[in-house]
Ligand binder design. Structure first.
Ligand SMILES: *Cc1c(COP(=O)(O)O)cnc(C)c1O
Length: 366
C-alpha cells in the first residue's frame, strides 16, 4: 500500500525492533557483526551496512518516491558521490547560482580531473542542453536568490540528449517538490537542513529509481566510505518524523514575513518562490547598515545554514556566498544589501517584532 508522505515521515523504512519490540529504531553503535557461518550473513561490516542507516535510507527514499536511497556523512559528500560516476572529458551543465559549496566542489576540488563544468541560467525557459552533456545539475529554488526552474521541462530536454538530470532538493524538501515524479533521475539532499531540522547533524542523501545509478552509489558509499554514523542517522530519523508539520509552520511564518516586508519602507525587493521557509530581501541600505541589521536581531540568530526550527539571518555576500568570486556574485545580484532569512517555527509576532526593531536600529546607523 502506498502511504501518504505524512505517514512515511514517521514510518518509512521503520518497524519495531524484532528482539525487544523497541518502537524506535535503535542506534546500532557497532563496527562489525557476529556471523553464524563464514560469509553467510547479511551484515558484514558497518561501512557496508548498518541497520540504523538502512532505516534512514529507506525512509528518505520513500519520501521522494524512490526505490533506492544512500546516506552520506554530509550533503557535499552525497554530491561528490554522484560526480564520481563521471569520466575525464565529461560535461556537466550546472545552474549558475547553486549552493556555494557545490560550486566550490565542482570548480576547485574536481577541477584537476578533466571534467567540464558549464554554468547556465536554468530558470531561462529557452535553456538549451548541448548534445554532449552527461549530467545536468539543478537546484530549484536557488540559494540565495530563490529563483525556480521547470524541472519537468528540463527533464525532457535532458532525456533528449541522453543526459542524467540530478536535482538538489534541499530547499524545497519532498513536502513541496518531488523531482523524480517530474522526470529527474537522481535527487540529492543536504539532510543537515530541513530534513533533520534541528541544527544538530551534518548529513546527506542521494535517492534514485535507476538501477545503474543505485549500483554506482552503493559502490561509492562502500569504497569511498563517506558514511554517516548510526547516532547521526538516528537523529535524522527522529527529525524527519515532524518534517511535514514543521514545513507547514515554516511556510506560514515565511508568508506572513514576506507580506510584512513588502510593506516596509526600507525594503527594495522581497524574494520568495511562493512556498517554503526561505526568504531573501534587498534592503535600501549600505553594507554597514545591513551588517548592523543582522547583528541587531535577538530572536533570529546570525548564522550560516538553514532549515532548523530556529530562525536564522545572514548576509550572503560576506557569509554563505563568500567563496563565490566577487564578479560572479555581483553579476547574479548577490550584493551588500541582500539579507537571507531562514524562517523558523517560533511565534510570528516575535519574529516580526524582532525584524522590525533590527531594521530600524540598523538603518539608523550612519
Ligand atoms: C547545505 C547545502 C548543501 C551541502 O550540504 P552539507 O550537509 O552542508 O554538506 C548542498 N546543497 C544545498 C542546497 C545546501 O543548502
Amino acid at each position: 500500500m502506498a502511504y501518504k508522505l505524512e505517514t512515511l515521515t514517521i514510518h518509512g523504512g521503520q518497524s519495531p525492533e524484532p528482539v525487544t519490540g523497541a518502537v524506535m529504531t535503535p542506534i546500532f553503535q557497532t563496527s562489525t557483526y557476529a556471523q553464524p557461518h563464514p560469509a553467510d550473513w547479511p551484515w558484514e561490516y558497518a561501512r557496508t551496512q548498518n541497520p540504523t542507516r538502512t532505516a534512514l535510507q529507506d525512509c528518505i527514499a520513500s519520501l521522494e518516491g524512490a526505490k533506492h536511497g544512500f546516506c552520506f556523512s554530509s550533503g557535499v559528500a552525497a554530491i561528490d558521490s554522484v560526480i564520481r560516476a563521471l569520466s575525464p572529458g565529461d560535461t556537466v551543465l550546472c545552474g549558475d547560482d547553486v549552493y556555494g559549496g557545490t560550486y566550490r566542489l565542482f570548480t576547485r576540488a574536481w577541477s584537476q580531473f578533466g571534467l567540464n563544468f558549464i554554468f547556465v541560467d536554468t530558470t531561462d525557459p529557452s535553456l538549451e542542453i548541448p548534445k554532449d552533456t552527461k549530467l545536468v545539475w539543478l537546484e530549484t529554488p536557488t540559494n540565495p536568490l530563490l529563483k525556480t526552474s521547470d524541472i519537468a521541462a528540463i527533464a525532457k530536454k535532458s532525456k533528449d540528449v541522453g543526459a542524467t538530470l540530478v536535482v538538489d532538493n534541499t530547499f524545497a524538501t519532498p513536502v513541496f517538490q518531488r523531482p523524480l515524479e517530474l522526470g529527474a533521475d537522481v535527487v540529492v539532499h543536504s539532510m543537515t537542513k530541513y530534513l533533520n531540522g534541528h541544527s544538530d547533524v551534518i548529513s546527506g542523501a542521494v535517492v534514485t529509481n535507476d538501477a545503474s545509478w543505485a549500483k554506482h552509489l552503493a559502490f561509492i558509499q562502500n569504497s569511498a566510505g563517506a558514511v554517516p554514523g548510526p547516532q547521526d542517522c538516528f537523529l535524522v530519523l527522529r527529525g524527519l518524523k515532524t518534517l511535514h508539520v514543521r514545513m507547514e509552520r515554516h511556510q506560514s511564518n515565511a508568508k506572513k514575513i514576506v507580506h510584512w516586508l513588502q510593506n516596509h519602507d526600507a525594503v527594495q525587493q522581497v524574494l520568495y518562490p511562493g512556498f517554503g521557509g526561505m526568504v531573501s530581501v534587498y534592503l535600501r541600505a549600505t553594507l554597514e547598515q545591513t551588517c548592523a541589521v543582522v547583528k541587531n536581531t535577538k530572536v533570529f540568530t546570525l548564522a550560516e545554514s538553514l532549515g532548523g526550527v530556529e530562525s536564522l539571518i545572514e548576509l550572503p555576500a560576506l557569509m554563505t556566498h563568500a567563496s563565490v568570486p566577487a564578479d560572479v556574485r555581483s553579476s547574479l545580484g548577490i550584493d551588500d544589501g541582500l539579507i537571507r532569512l531562514s524562517v523558523g517555527i517560533e511565534h510570528i509576532d516575535d519574529l516580526i517584532e524582532d525584524l522590525s526593531q533590527a531594521i530600524e536600529n540598523g538603518l539608523n546607523k550612519k
